[in-house]
Design a protein around this ligand. Structure first.
Ligand code: ZN
Length: 228
């Protein structure tokens, strides 16, 4: 799992509770960022993790909850490392450009991307489980030409410079929790191979109407990330 911010923190917790890292499994947490005081109000971690790498503190926290779990922390920028073998890559960073990069670099891997849309209007997830499935980049490109939109009408824009974890964030931590819950549900579907929708949207702001029912996202022709 790449990204141990507010989404990743809660998602990792849910995954470990669902059995990640047990048996022959291993959960690797990748994030180069540190936990700062302004994160505490909305992050899964608390005071004991302050000024530690989020990945390292999260590993410690999860191991205390589930001592048998095999959890690794990699406090590095995923752009600068080579990930070893894995069954599923989860992008919980919420960074669009990084999502595109991961989709391209690992185009033959199972990849889940989960993120928050607009100022907490909705959460979304895309699971590309096989070669036929569309990736996060496929969806972003479809969105740009008006397809597979999240909500009817215009999505309000986040002000520049807003992250998910600063002091002044236009949505509460519950939004990150919803994104984590959606991600955990999609991982569960992937584990169970249950043919559930691979593009899922949860509208959180009742002023908005969903524009795209949950569906199977197919690879978009000419996607720069997942090939022709
Ligand atoms: Zn694609």
């Amino acid at each position: 799992m790449v990204g141990c911010g507010t989404i990743g923190g809660y998602l990792a917790d849910l995954l470990v509770k669902a059995g990640a890292g047990t048996g022959d499994g291993r959960l690797e947490l990748v994030d180069f960022d540190g936990l700062r005081p302004q994160n505490l109000g909305r992050h899964r971690l608390g005071f004991s993790g302050l000024f530690n790498y989020k990945a390292v503190a999260l590993k410690r926290e999860l191991e205390a909850l589930a001592p048998g779990a095999n959890i690794a922390a990699t406090p590095r920028d995923v752009r600068e490392i080579e990930l070893g073998d894995f069954d599923l890559l989860i992008d919980a960073t919420g960074e669009e450009s990084l999502g595109h990069l991961l989709a391209r670099k690992h185009q033959h891997a199972a990849l889940l991307t989960v993120w928050i849309e607009g100022p907490g209007v909705a959460v979304r997830g895309v699971m590309r489980a096989n070669e036929k499935g569309g990736c996060y980049r496929c969806l972003c490109d479809a969105n740009r030409v008006g397809l597979l939109q999240t909500v009817e009408g215009e999505m309000p824009k986040l002000l520049a410079g807003q992250g998910c974890e600063g002091l002044y964030v236009p949505f509460p931590a519950t939004v990150s929790l919803q994104a984590a819950a959606l991600g955990a549900e999609m991982v569960s579907s992937w584990v169970n191979n249950d043919n559930a929708p691979t593009l899922r949207t949860r509208i959180l702001d009742s002023q908005f109407q969903s524009a795209t029912p949950d569906c199977t996202l197919v690879k978009q022709h000419g996607c720069p990330a997942c090939g022709s």
